[in-house]
Design a protein around this ligand. Structure first.
Ligand SMILES: Nc1ncnc2c1ncn2[C@@H]1O[C@H](COP(=O)(O)OP(=O)(O)OP(=O)(O)O)[C@@H](O)[C@H]1O
Ligand SMILES: [Mg+2]
Length: 270
């Protein structure tokens, strides 16, 4: 479980990244943060593993105030997928992932075995594991980042736009994989995305942030879709390729689904 209690952040230059926020991510559930660029999503995520110290309020992980936990130990216990790769450039892909179990005291062989299994789990081709990160595509690097976050089977997982650079097919595979892992291990996940479809798919709760670190609306996907609080939220939900006010049409005997702008978004399969 992750609890934010009046968590706020202002940078030393006076920029307010986060207005005081109260938010609970219950154990085993996923909360998705969406919102404008610069609305404080990454900042909020990083208060959980103490990469950012809040200026006010507290953050608790499984009931413990993170300010009282050694930052290094804390970061080892929480999986974190960075917005941009974050892999060590001078270590092979396998070593990047194996480092995590090795630091936690597994033998070198055990650590490498776990790393191989986890890289396989996220669908990285086994022939790539001895390369250095810059020999991989952006999407492949992101999968390594996800593997590195998962390899220690953390109870809490922070994911900052983890699938941004992968193609739609792989993205959908990774989303399914994440849902499977969550169901199997009961992982608590705080997830940032710009993709509303992804938010609706993965979020038990969605928090829409506006500039200045203010929560515009929070709720279940159903609540947000059925009753957006204002124009800002409505535009957010309606953005992307799937308009939300859908209609069933028929043309030449084929039934298909159209959005409010008249674009075809899919066909009914059931
Ligand atoms: N180290 C820093 N020092 C000063 N200001 C910062 C720092 N890091 C972030 N900010 C500012 O804090 C605000 C929130 O940034 P943050 O990275 O949390 O936004 P975000 O919602 O993750 O945006 P994006 O969607 O673009 O990733 C922005 O105004 C940003 O410029
Ligand atoms: Mg960010």
């Amino acid at each position: 479980m992750i609890e934010f209690r009046g968590t706020a952040k202002a940078w030393s230059d006076g920029t307010v990244a986060l207005e005081p926020l109260d938010l609970t991510v219950p154990a085993g559930s996923t909360t998705v943060l969406v919102g404008s660029s610069g609305s404080g999503k990454t900042t909020l995520l990083r208060t959980v593993n103490r990469m950012v110290d809040p200026t006010a309020g507290t953050v608790l992980v499984d009931g413990r105030d993170v300010a009282t936990v050694d930052p290094v130990a804390l970061r080892r216990s929480i999986g974190y997928v960075l917005q941009s790769g974050g892999l060590l450039p001078h270590r092979s892909v396998l070593d990047n992932v194996a480092r995590v179990p090795a630091l936690r005291g597994r033998s070198r062989n055990e650590a490498r075995e776990r790393a191989r299994d986890t890289l396989d789990l996220v669908g990285l081709d086994g022939t790539l594991v001895d390369r250095y990160p810059d020999g991989l595509s952006g999407g492949q690097q992101q999968r390594v980042g996800v593997a590195r976050a998962l390899v220690g089977t953390p109870r809490v997982l922070l994911m900052d736009e983890p699938f941004g650079a992968v193609d739609p097919v792989v993205r959908s595979e990774l989303q399914d994989e994440l849902r499977r892992i969550r169901a199997e291990l009961g992982t608590t996940i705080l997830f940032v995305t710009h993709d509303m479809d992804e938010a609706l798919l993965l979020g038990d709760e969605i928090v829409v942030m506006r500039p200045g670190g203010v929560v515009a609306q929070r709720g279940t996907p159903e609540a947000l879709l059925s009753a957006p609080a204002d124009e800002f939220v409505a535009r957010f939900i309606g953005s992307g390729n799937a308009g939300r006010a859908l209609a069933l049409r028929e043309r030449d005997g084929v039934e298909y689904v159209e959005d409010e702008g008249g674009r075809i978004v899919g066909r009914l399969t059931a």
